[in-house]
Ligand binder design. Sequence first.
Ligand SMILES: [Zn+2]
Length: 132
Amino acid sequence: MADFLGKVKQGIDKGVTVVSVKSKEIMEVAKIKNQLGTLREEQERAFLILGENVYQMYMQNGFNEEKIRTKCEMITLLGSQIQEREVNLAQLHLRAEVALGKSFCTFCMAELSVGAVFCSRCGEKIAELEKH
Ligand SMILES: [Zn+2]
C-alpha cells in the first residue's frame, strides 16, 4: 500500500512540474507572440508607406533614392526583429521540453532517445555535446 501511495505521490509531483513548466512556457510564448503581432503590423505598414512614397515619386518624376533606402532599412530592421522572436519561440519550446527531461541533438535538434550515443537523424556524437 505504501508503495502504491509512493507511486501516486511521484506521479503528482511529476504532474505539478509538467504543469508549471508548461504554464511558464505558455505565458512566455504568449508574450513573444504578442510582440510578433505588433512587429508584423509595423512591417506591413512600413511596406505600405514605402509603396505610397515610391508611387508619389513616380508621379513627381523624381525618385529620392535616399528616402527609399531609409524606408527599406527600416523594413529590414523590423524583419530581423521578427526573425529574432521566431528563434526565441523555438528556443522557449526546446527549453521547456528539456526541463521535462527530454534531450535534443544540438546539431539538428532531433529528439534523442534515452542513453543514445549518436543522434539517429544526423549521426552527431552526443556524449561530447552533453558537456555544454
Ligand atoms: Zn542530430
